[in-house]
Design a protein around this ligand. Structure first.
Ligand code: MN
Length: 256
């Protein structure tokens, strides 16, 4: 049986880390799919990621209806449909981040494509679409506030890891909380470095090749995720719970 209390604790830690690392501010969210009920997921009530705790975590259906024996007080995030629609479209996805990561925004409103320029950032992929809410829904407040909008965004994301959202932010998906946190942090770093590279390079930048992206994404083993996660937990003074990972022949966990 899955340890739901530990999962909620990790979700709170992820919120704190993403706030500390400049991915979330007072807004944006991270969710995790229920490990035993794939049609449910966990998400905080509408509260700033840096201050929420385990008592704020709600369980909800993919359609955004709060369930569970003791739902926390307060309202859910209005953009919970982003997460439900992606979990619905992507059975392989276990965790989703929606953010307004500041260095990423310029790439949502210009013709400049965001692509990885550094090996740690490879998991964002070389093919990042930009979803524009106006294409289907006209002038709005740009928020994804129902399942129709969420499903349209999920369609734009397709099988990828990242989709930008014009004039708003992005979504990042992964197979675990730790993976999606890692990708989100390195997407913000990539965007910041890419803006600088475009500036000093006069617009000319050498991006990672498709082959380099593939090799570096495949090579992002548990070890790499764990080293980052341990460090980020320390920075936000949250408990680090180590996970088993396969270091390959000749190595053990103590070699980290
Ligand atoms: Mn938003």
């Amino acid at each position: 049986m899955a340890d739901i209390a530990a999962l909620k604790q990790e979700l709170v830690t992820a919120n704190r880390i993403l706030a500390k690392e400049n991915v979330l501010d007072s807004f944006g969210h991270i969710t995790v799919r229920h490990p035993e009920k794939p049609n449910h997921f966990f998400m905080s009530r509408a509260r700033a990621p840096e201050v929420l705790d385990e008592g704020d975590i709600l369980e909800m259906t993919l359609e955004g209806v709060v369930v569970g024996p003791t739902p926390s007080p307060g309202k859910p995030y209005s953009e919970r449909f982003i997460h439900g629609a992606i979990f619905e479209a992507r059975p392989d996805v276990m965790a989703v981040v929606h953010n307004h990561s500041p260095s990423v925004i310029p790439f949502t409103v210009t013709g400049k494509k965001m692509r990885p320029i550094m090996h740690m950032c490879a998991p964002i992929g070389n093919d990042i679409p930009t979803w524009d809410i106006r294409t289907k829904f006209g002038d709005t407040n740009l928020l994804v506030t129902n399942m129709d909008m969420g499903r349209d965004l999920a369609k734009a994301l397709g099988p990828r890891t990242v989709s930008l959202m014009r004039g708003h932010g992005s979504v990042v998906v992964g197979k675990s909380i730790r993976e999606v946190v890692f990708t989100s942090i390195y997407m913000e770093k990539n965007a910041d470095m890419l803006i600088k590279a475009l500036t000093i390079g006069g617009g000319e930048v050498m991006y990672l090749s498709d082959g380099e992206v593939e090799i570096n994404t495949r090579g992002r083993a548990g070890f790499t995720l764990e080293r980052g996660w341990e460090n980020w937990c320390n920075k936000v003074e949250r408990p680090y719970v180590s996970q088993d990972w396969d270091m390959g022949p000749g190595f053990s966990k103590t070699d980290k």
